[in-house]
Design a protein around this ligand. Structure first.
Ligand code: NAD
Length: 441
């Protein structure tokens, strides 16, 4: 199969490289000439485990190429995927579809009859209908429009793409279903279930999935608050409920609230869809509120651990990316935390294994340290914001010796109070019983 991928970001590049690895011929297209030039010279625009090797191997096999020219990229393609961004629209939070529709209008000028146009971007219900309408308006005939939402997670994107829990295809025509079945045939060997649904249903499925995961996170975060008040341990509660197959253990890690390029914008976009449809979604609305409040309140945890005041204090922040194994800073919980610390007069020394370049564009007045130990040196408090593996094996004794204070605010529950205490640190976790109890002093 020959496939074109319009948009070579996290999703487009990973999907394109994986499709090429399945044996298809793929051309990834992007408007960003710097990105395409870099890829043609072997430089990855994002940090994602295994991506560079996968891209290089498939470029060498002549199955993967990159261009800025849409007409060249889609020439001869049986399927054209659209994987451009759908950020939240300023002001109202609706999904901004200008990149999607812009790509469709460009595509309309060159697309040949018999092509399947597939949205991989996360798009609100009815976008496929609108794409069909635009194509018709531009005089295009004989083209099918399908939806194939993507569920990969940054940081584990390649494994997720190659071993998905399911593939969702929304199509109204047998021709489109047949082309997508053929594209994903290599995954049938892995017994990945492929779900065929109506196009609108597939579009909504993606939002429902992200909203449900967001609900799970906010739920356990509220239970964590309750645990702190009643002296219970959220880790054990999460395990106790997660072992129930009906609940499942994933997305039950209490922390600083969810961030990233998907959950925040997709939950808000779902609410906008619901409002337009005249159907209230109270659970999702509350989840968004709970999460926004949570991210904004993390600075209070740091202040409380330091006796109420952060002004004049030196705070070491470990982890800036919204989660480990990515350099993606979009909506990261570190952003409101670091900004609030600085606004309140703290000095922040931060370290992230890969997100420094992205973070430098966002923060002013932050000192970027070359490693965790350098960040901790002279700090009054050490705050773990993102649970990178390398933060799981810190030499806490050495860190404690180099710090000025002894406060460890562990927003990801990487450590427990006993091991922190052995190193001479006072541990403030999330939902790990009553904070500041006598055993912590
Ligand atoms: P991204 O911002 O990393 O990449 C989008 C790319 O599209 C950019 O490189 C941009 O230059 C390019 N682009 C925009 N308009 C174009 C055009 N007309 N022609 C060619 N290129 C164009 O975005 P992303 O994170 O890959 O997300 C893409 C979509 O996938 C979004 O709808 C997102 O919600 C969804 N999604 C993302 C993830 C994730 O983990 N990032 C997971 C699942 C789904």
């Amino acid at each position: 199969m020959r496939i074109a991928m319009i948009g070579t970001g996290y999703v487009g590049l990973v999907s394109g490289a994986c499709f090429a690895d399945f044996g298809h011929e793929v051309c990834c297209i992007d408007k960003d000439a710097g990105k395409i030039d870099g890829l043609n010279e072997g430089r990855m625009p994002i940090w994602e485990p295994g991506l560079e090797a996968l891209v290089k191997a498939n470029v060498e096999r002549d199955r993967l190429e990159f261009t800025t020219d849409l007409a060249t990229g889609v020439d001869g393609a049986e399927a054209v995927f659209i994987a451009v961004g759908t950020p939240a629209r300023r002001g109202d939070g609706h999904a901004d579809l200008s990149f999607v529709f812009g790509a469709v209008r460009e595509l309309a000028k060159v697309v040949k009859p018999g092509t399947v146009v597939v949205t991989k971007s996360t798009v609100p219900v009815g976008t496929g209908d609108e794409i069909e309408r635009i194509l018709k308006e531009e005089g295009v005939t004989g083209v099918w429009v399908a939806s194939n939402p993507e569920f990969l997670r940054e940081g584990a994107a390649i494994a997720d793409f190659k071993h998905p829990d399911r593939i969702v295809v929304g199509a109204e025509d047998e021709q489109a279903r047949e082309v997508l079945r053929e594209i994903y045939r290599p995954l049938f060997l892995n017994r990945a279930p492929i779900l065929f649904a109506g196009r609108r249903t597939a579009e909504l499925t993606k939002y429902a999935a992200n909203a449900f995961l967001a609900v799970k996170i906010s739920f356990i975060n509220e239970i964590a608050d309750l645990c702190e008040a009643v002296d219970a341990d959220v880790q054990d509660v999460a395990r106790g409920i997660g072992l129930d197959n009906r609940i499942g253990p994933k997305f039950l890690h209490a922390g600083p609230g969810y961030g990233g390029s998907c959950f925040p914008k997709d939950t808000v976009a779902l609410l906008q869809t619901a409002e337009t449809a005249g159907v209230d979604q109270r659970i999702v609305r509350t989840t968004v509120e709970v999460n926004d409040d949570r991210k904004a309140s993390m600075v209070e945890r740091v202040a409380a651990a330091l006796g109420g005041e952060v002004a004049g204090k030196r705070i070491a922040v470990l982890g800036l990316a919204f989660k480990p194994n990515t350099d993606d800073m979009r909506e990261a919980p570190s952003i409101p935390l670091v900004n609030s610390l600085i606004e309140r007069g703290a000095k922040v020394a931060a370290f992230d294994p890969v997100a420094r370049e992205q973070a430098e564009k966002l923060f002013q007045g932050v000192e970027f340290a070359p490693n965790a130990h350098a960040a901790a040196n002279g700090a009054d408090a050490l705050v773990i914001v993102t649970e990178w593996d390398e933060f799981r094996a810190l030499d806490l004794h050495k860190i404690a010796r180099s710090m000025r204070g002894k406060v460890l605010v562990d927003l990801r529950n990487v450590y427990d109070r006993v091991e922190a205490k052995e190193a001479g640190l006072v541990h403030y976790g999330v939902g790990r019983g009553r904070q500041g109890g006598p055993d912590e002093q």
